[in-house]
Ligand binder design. Structure first.
Ligand code: KG4
Ligand code: ZN
Length: 335
């Protein structure tokens, strides 16, 4: 089954063609990151406008690179939640028009389920059940997949996502948006034990996360130094924050793996590109005798290939939509 997929939930306009959820035929991403950088973050209104301008060409390119016409496509898939509502609506309306005019089924895909499915494109043997840590700019979830479309929430962040913590801390240290990548690079030259940082405790669910206290601790430490006229070693601060975040995420994942009896752990989302997290998770899984799968760096960030991969399994589960499909800024991953 050949699926043409579209993604426009944040600041990448993307289209891809994927066969049977596993084989990537093309993958086109037009990023707006340079334009948003001068504002220090994504400006939703600009994002929507740029999606509108790019979506038609990006989709054409995806079909061209796959060497296929729209007639050879069996279904059209689109990210319908969660994300910036105006940005999502551009993709949803475009996909609706395409599916309707070509007489193809329309498959709505949850963005975070897509991030998980990026792993199916790179690891042919990977199948549920598994435990997955989904860490992106807006979400930090620990989910258990009983099957491709049956997900259970094990833990989630109570406040900021891990990506947001990285981005805001990086911004306070003068790094350009999106700060996570710059912070990772800077951390390579720093001492991860230079600054002891808090590991916020969360009452109730022991698998939930809280990153806002950690973010504030870094920002306060920077302000203190500024007020006293001291200089802070930026690589050391980056390395300390990255080490702390990676340790929190890995600890929670390992405890959840033991509790759920998972034999396989999967990483997903933009933050899964983080070198400290990848190293910590690799070491912990090796020690615990768990199989670990991570997306290749090229598929960690937002793309439409991952949406096409998940769409195949959503279609097999009967999850298609008609022209009344709407976009949602937030939507639980279990739905
Ligand atoms: O999944 P994603 O591309 O978009 C969302 O769905 O949010 O994730 C973007 C997030 C941003 O916070 C970005 O700074 C972070 O992923 N990120 C990283 C790295 N690469 C991307 N954070 C830490 N280290 C990285 N190497
Ligand atoms: Zn994403």
């Amino acid at each position: 089954m050949i699926i043409l997929s579209i993604e426009s939930s944040c600041d990448e306009t993307a289209a891809a063609v994927v066969e049977d959820g596993r084989r990537l035929l093309s993958n086109v991403v037009a990023t707006q990151v340079e334009e948003h950088r001068i504002y220090g973050g994504v400006v939703p209104e600009i994002a929507s406008r740029r999606h509108t301008e790019a979506i038609s060409l990006v989709t054409k390119q995806a079909l061209q690179q796959a060497g296929l016409g729209l007639d050879a496509v069996d279904a059209v898939a689109v990210t319908y939640a969660p994300g910036l509502i105006g940005a999502l609506l551009v993709g949803v309306n475009f996909a609706k028009g395409l599916a309707f005019s070509a007489g193809k089924p329309l498959i709505p895909v949850h963005h975070l389920r897509g991030h998980i499915a990026a792993n199916y494109l790179a690891h042919p043997e990977l199948k549920p059940p598994f435990l997955c840590l989904v860490v992106s700019g807006g979400h930090s979830h620990l989910v258990y997949l009983d099957d491709y479309t049956g997900l259970r929430m094990i833990g989630q962040t109570r406040d900021d996502a891990a990506g947001e913590c990285f981005d805001k801390a990086a911004r306070s240290m003068g790094m350009p948006y999106p700060g996570g990548i710059a912070l990772d690079r800077m951390a390579q030259q720093g001492n991860p034990h230079a600054f002891p940082l808090p590991r916020p405790a969360v009452d109730g669910n022991p698998y939930d996360f809280s990153f806002s206290g950690l973010k504030t601790a870094v920002i306060n430490r920077l302000h203190q130094a500024e007020q006293k006229g001291e200089s802070i070693c930026v690589p050391d601060m980056c390395a300390s924050l990255q080490h702390t975040v990676a340790e929190i995420l890995t600890d929670h994942t390992m405890r959840a793996a033991a509790e759920t009896g998972a034999g396989t752990v999967v990483l997903a989302g933009g933050v899964s590109a983080n070198s400290g997290l990848r190293a910590a998770m690799t070491a912990a899984c090796e020690k615990a005798g768990l199989r670990l799968y991570m997306p290749p760096l090229a598929l960690c960030g937002d793309n439409a290939a991952m949406i096409g991969a998940q769409a195949y399994y959503e279609y097999l589960a009967g999850h298609t939509a008609d022209l009344s499909l709407n976009a949602f800024a937030s939507l639980p991953i279990e739905q």
